[in-house]
Design a protein around this ligand. Sequence first.
Ligand code: UN1
Length: 496
Amino acid sequence: MTYPAFHNLIGGEWLPAVSGKTILNLNPADHSDVVGAFPSSHAEDVALAVAAAKKAFASWRLVPAPKRAEILMRAGILLQQRKEQFARDMTREMGKVLAETRGDVQEAIDEAFYVAGEGRRLFGQTTPSELQNKFAMSVRMPVGVVGLITPWNFPMAIPSWKLFPALVSGNTCVIKPATDTPLSTYNLVQTLVDAGLPAGVVNIVSGSGSAVGMPLVEHPDVRAISFTGSSEVGSRVAQRAAATFKPVSLEMGGKNAQIVMDDANLDLALDGALWGAFGTTGQRCTATSRILLQKGIAAEFTARFVERAKKLKVGNGLDESVEVGPQVNPSQIETSAKYVEIALAEGAKVLAGGHALTEGVYAHGTYFAPTVVGGVTRTMRIAREEVFGPVVSLIEFETFEEAIEIANSVEYGLSASLYTKNVNRAFTAMRDLEAGITYINAPTIGAEVHLPFGGVKHTGNGHREGNGAIDFFTTWKAVYVDYSDKLQRAQIDNAE
Ligand code: UN1
C-alpha cells in the first residue's frame, strides 16, 4: 500500500526529520488504512525550528497587527473552502464522525474570524502620570518564540486556539502536533501559508512528547509554552518549564458532571446527556463523565438513557449514519476497559456496553461500546478519575446541595451542567459549581471560541484560551513619555 510522506515545516521548507525516521498515522476505524508517514523528530529538529522562528520573529513582530490579522482572515476564508476535505482527513486520522470533524474545522474558522478582529483591538491603557507634562501608557508586546503542544481530540480547533492568537500578537511559533493526528495540523498550517504567512513564522515539528515536546519546553529561546493534554503530562511540562522561567498555559483533564433535578425537562436532559457523554466518543476534556440524578427521576432517566445508549450506531465516522466513531488508538481502548473493570470491582454495575467491539466490521479498528455504569458512588475511582472514552457513570442524590457537593468533589474543574426549571437553583449553581465553564439546561460540551475556555483546580493553571489567549501570548510594557524638558523624579519632585 502506498501512502504520502509528510515533512516538518522549518523556516518555510518541508524537511524530513534529521533522524530520517517516521511514524505512521493510522486510521482508527481501520488500521490497515495508513493516512501517511510523519517525521519522528528529536531535539535537533526542535533546535532548527526554534532558530527559524527566532529569525522570523525579527520581522514578524514589526508587521502591523491589523496586517497580521488580514492573513488570519484570509486563512479563515480558505478554511471555509477546504472544510469538507479537511473534515474527511480528520475523520480518517482521528475517528470522530464527519458532523463533528466539520464542527472542528468550523471552530478553527470561527477562531480565525474572531482573532482577526483582535488585530485592530490589541488595546492597552493610557493613564495620567503623577507628574506634569508626562504621558503614561501600557502597550501589549509579543513574547517571542512560543512552543505549542496540542492534543489529538480536536486536531484543528485546538491548534487554531493557540496559533491564531499567538500570531496576531506578533509571536512566531513552533507547534508539535499530537502523534495520532498530525495531518490536521499540517492542513491548518498549509492554509496559513497559502494565506500569505511568511516563512519561519510557524514551524511544525512532528514526533513524540518526550522526543519533541520536552526539548521544546526546555529550549532557552522559547519564551512561552501553551499545552493541552493530560494533567499528568501538564504537571511535568510546568516543572520543566520552570527551570527557564517560561510562562506555561495548561489546559488539562476534566471529570464533568451533568446534574439532572426532579423538575428538569427530562427529554432535554436525556438528549444533552447522550450528546455530552458519547459525542466525540467521549474523548473531549469537556465530555460528560458523570450524570448526577435526583432520586425522583433517577429510575426513569436511567432506563431511557440506557436504552438510547444501546441503540447508538457505532462505526466508521466517514459513514454519515454512524453516531459514535472509534477511539483514537488501542491504548485508549485499554483505558476504557480498565475503568470498567475497576468500577465492577468496586461494586458498580454495567448497564450498557462495557467492552471493546472486535467482531465483523469492527475487527480492524479500535472500537468501544457506548458504556453506562450504574450504582456509582462518589468515592469510586470511576466517579473521580478521567476516562476519556465512551464511559459514563450514573450517580444518584437526594438534595440540590448534595448534587453540588458531589459535582465539586473531584480534583478537576472544567465544565459542569445543571438541568432544572428553577431559576434560583440555576443561579446558585452558576455561582457554586467549581468549573471554568458552566451550562444551564445544556450539555457540558459545546464551548464557543469567543468566551474564556479553561478550568479550575487540576484542569488548568489559571490561563484561558478563547477570550483570554491574547493575555497569555502578550506581555505588558509600561511606557512613560516626559515632555517637560527637565528631569522629573517620580515619588520625589511631586511629593508634598
Ligand atoms: C476539548 O474537549 O478538548 O467545548 C475541547 C467543547 C468544544 C471544545 C472541546 N468546543 O466541547
